[in-house]
Design a binder for this molecule. Sequence first.
Ligand SMILES: [Zn+2]
Ligand SMILES: [Zn+2]
Length: 149
Amino acid sequence: MKQKFFDEGHTVPKCVNPGCDRECVARNWGNWSFKSECSRCMTARKQKRYVECDGVKYITYRGKEIGITIHKKDYCENHNGHLGFSCPVPRDGWIGFESGLDLDHVNGNHYDNTPENVKTYCKLCHGRKSILEGDCSSHKDSARTFNTL
Ligand SMILES: [Zn+2]
Ligand SMILES: [Zn+2]
């Protein structure tokens, strides 16, 4: 499946983080699903190798900033209810539970990693948004198998 991806002229999306131009990590070559960050940024974020200034996280390498900021928030961006329903978890309720936060592609294009197109939503809001928008419908290009049971 990996060879077919390149044979058909697709390119791996770039890391969402401003300042980074690396290719995203493949989540699953079987269905051409990619993470929204490159391996370096994802590791730095998970290992907390960054300095935070005014709410912006700057990735560091050997203690020095390398000009890359982390796009992913550590709260659900639907805390203000802009999706049309309220997030059931308070904005500061995600500390220690950051693994429950996903990156969502607003326009449904999973290859479009421009920062404006990628928002951080918790699994609760992400799931509800996907169902409301019909992401689980097989009629859409961005359809995914979504277990709604
Ligand atoms: Zn990156
Ligand atoms: Zn939420």
